[in-house]
Ligand binder design. Structure first.
Ligand code: NAD
Length: 338
């Protein structure tokens, strides 16, 4: 089978690609070709795999050519992140909404020309949820909580969910949207996401670097590990329509955890001197954004697909440490615990 991952050079996309290549199959079919599109090229280990073809450039520029190709499956992950979209309204519209529409229309054109109906998994986000004065805000959001995004990013994600549901209803593709929880611990440098500190307060201290936490210790948020997120995307891909039970988006499993619990877990895994590297320095801009985010999530539909959340945050930290140890920059990334 031939698969496409948009955003295949990114954090989740590259990890998804590695997992798929290691499995060698998806939904019972052998993966012969894996096309990775992104603005940035994928990591070298992926480029070295003969099944991988990397295409570099914006999705908007690449989408028209895709209508000349048969794809059995698509994971659509390319996206500008929340902070970027707030800073640059046009960039957000182009990267998240226009690009998705162009991708869906390329797939639709191919289907209309007699190609296979591709299965598509879209990485939506818990950012589709938010408070609205018209309704009581549950804080803990469920599959059937009314989305009310409070950012451009969340708005685009919700619009794409609905577009994908409608293209699916029309038979142009077989689409599924999975709402990712905040994926921690993100390796490397901080990105433009307003949620970036949830990784920063773990990643930086483990590297021996002081980290500023911009919100109070009592702030709670739904999290997932990278591996569980990738497992969730694959399971959503492999589910039958009957198992999904509908066309609308579903929440991926979340571990609902407070900043204070995260830091307790950091101390448990890495010691009190590492925890002490986290300083509380309230940032009103970030704290204001976070105040409009869910404090937790449930995922009943994902549970029916056999997906479960991480049991405890310490497991997420241990996963990050194991990943670092397997990567070339282990010494730098784990300087705080050596
Ligand atoms: N990481 C999280 O916590 C989280 C939470 C909720 C949802 N998501 C969603 O999951 C997906 C993957 O997230 P991630 O953490 O890997 O993000 P990421 O930023 O690491 O990866 C996204 C990739 O998309 C690429 N990209 C951005 N704009 C593009 C464009 N116009 N054309 C082509 N490529 C473009 C970027 O270069 C990047 O490599 C995204 O859709 C994101 O919105 C992530």
């Amino acid at each position: 089978m031939k698969l496409l991952i948009t955003g295949g050079g990114g954090f989740v996309g590259a990890r998804l690609a590695r997992t798929l290549l290691a499995r060698g199959q998806l939904a019972g079919r052998t993966i012969d070709r894996l096309v990775l599109t992104d603005i940035t090229p994928p990591p070298a280990d992926l480029l070295a795999d003969t099944r991988v073809e990397a295409r570099t450039g914006t999705l908007l520029s690449q989408a028209p050519a895709l209508q000349g190709e048969d794809f059995d499956g698509v994971f659509h992950l390319a996206s500008a992140v929340s902070g970027e979209c707030e800073l640059d309204f046009e960039l957000g519209l182009r990267s998240n909404l226009d690009s998705t529409r162009a991708l869906l229309d390329a797939l639709r054109a191919r289907t209309a020309a007699g190609g296979p109906v591709p299965r598509l998994v879209f990485s939506s986000s818990v950012a589709v949820f938010g408070p609205d004065p018209a309704f009581a805000w549950p804080g803990i959001v469920a599959d059937d909580t009314l989305p009310a995004p409070q950012t451009s990013y969340g708005t685009h994600k919700l619009m794409c969910e609905y577009l994908i549901a409608d293209y699916t209803r029309k038979g142009f593709l077989d689409g599924r949207s999975a709402r990712l929880m905040t994926v921690t611990v993100r390796p490397g440098r901080p990105n433009g996401a307003a949620s970036g500190f949830f990784s920063g307060i773990i990643r930086e201290p483990l590297a021996g670097i002081v980290s500023a936490c911009p919100v109070d210790a009592g702030v709670s948020h739904p999290m997932s590990s990278p591996s569980q997120t990738v497992d969730g995307l694959i399971r959503v891909y492999e589910a039958t329509r009957e198992q999904l039970g509908g066309r609308l988006a579903l929440n991926l499993p979340a571990l609902n955890v407070r900043v204070a619990d995260m830091l307790d877990a950091l101390e448990e895994v890495a010691g009190s001197q590492v925890r002490a590297l986290v300083r509380f320095e309230r940032d009103e801009r970030i704290a204001g954004i976070v105040a409009n985010w869910p404090s937790g999530a449930t995922a009943a539909r994902a549970a029916r697909l056999g997906l479960a959340p991480c049991r405890q945050f310490a497991d997420i930290i241990r996963e990050y440490i194991a990943d670092c140890r397997a990567a070339p920059n282990a010494a730098q990334a784990l300087k705080g615990i050596q």
